[in-house]
Design a protein around this ligand. Sequence first.
Ligand SMILES: Nc1nc2c(c(=O)[nH]1)N[C@H]1C(S)=C(S)[C@@H](COP(=O)(O)OP(=O)(O)OC[C@H]3O[C@@H](n4cnc5c(N)ncnc54)[C@H](O)[C@@H]3O)O[C@H]1N2
Ligand code: MOO
Length: 388
Amino acid sequence: MRSATDHVAQALALVEPLGVERVPLASALGRALAEPVRAAADAPPFRTTSMDGYAVRSNEGAPGLWEVSADVPAGIAPAPLAAGTVARVMTGAPMPDGADAVVPVEDTDRGVDRVEIHRWPAAGAFVREAGEDLHRGDEVLGGARLLRAVDLAASAAAGAPDVSVVRRPRVGVLITGDEVRPPGSALEPGQIFDASSTTLPALVEEWGGECVGVRVVGDTDQAVVDALDSLEADLLITAGGVSAGAYDVVKSALVPHGVWFGPVAMQPGKPQGLGLWRGVPIVCMPGNPVSVVATFLVVVAPMMREMLRLPSPAVGTAVAGVGWRCPPGRAQLMPVRFEGVRVVPATAGGSGSHLIGSLAQAEAFAVIAADVSEVLPGDTVGLMGITP
Ligand SMILES: Nc1nc2c(c(=O)[nH]1)N[C@H]1C(S)=C(S)[C@@H](COP(=O)(O)OP(=O)(O)OC[C@H]3O[C@@H](n4cnc5c(N)ncnc54)[C@H](O)[C@@H]3O)O[C@H]1N2
Ligand code: MOO
């Protein structure tokens, strides 16, 4: 049986990094950063007040009655502060030259022409220096990553209107099975709701790709071939029809085209297919819907990250809060949730490949090596994220 590690290596050998394009920040969420983003200006760009109040020269005085010589809203360039006076300033307004501290309005009688100051500030009070956050030219975003809202916030604050990202892998999805029906259908005997034509496009998008089409076909070889030929993609994924049954049509349709099929030492996700369909990499997953998620995370996510010029998904560690049994000779992917700082199986059903309805309770997958037959409470286990 092929090890999961060998299988992933074979899968990675089929894909190459994709090209780079520039996109406006508004379209950059979830895209893979290709080049560093640098600050176009200092942030903040000028000395500014962090409070509504009165700008003063801190070495000049003491509590008492003061003349207000200027009114400084945000968005203007104020004149220097006249000696012996204070200026009324609003949060975010530039500090007048000469002023070096701010008295918050709460410490005054809020006067407009003259103001009674109750408490005198120390130098620097409530003043933000120019460049306190970023200096012009600083690297705001460096390493390769899928851009998050906070990354876009940093780019915008740094004055970058667009970013350089890797082209999204175009992924085509094929679901097979005479028994699957769209959610919401009235099920006839023997039919089941199709989970995977929702799961796979969502996983593709979540991991930085673009789903170019989902085909759902019945169990004939010709339907499989026609559906695959209708998808123009950088990567093809199929679900179902890969094991040993009489109607395992993905396998029967693709073996003549040189696609490899065989067992991989992982659970869920043992029966697998991998190869090229008319030159396009294709991953054939078992139909069980948790196997679909597990195969995506173990096999497809690293392929997509290779195409997106990102490092492979990180596998961390966690400590098991309870013990559980593992299948002999296969790496186990156990859906887990956190109980405090420890992980426990997310459901009583463990790593059963059909338990998709319970998978929403999982926060991660524990990854247990193939040669481990039992996890004991307190053991360290691998931890694989469900989201990037
Ligand atoms: N004799 C053997 N039988 C099986 C083996 C084996 O080695 N020898 N392997 C088992 C394992 S492990 C798995 S995993 C499955 C994989 O089977 P297939 O890839 O051929 O998948 P199907 O038979 O098409 O479906 C399996 C299961 O999942 C349900 N399913 C399928 N598609 C969907 C969908 N879109 N949404 C929800 N559920 C779906 C389907 O109804 C079946 O219950 O093979 C074992 N058998
Ligand atoms: O390998 Mo299968 O996915 O366990 O049910």
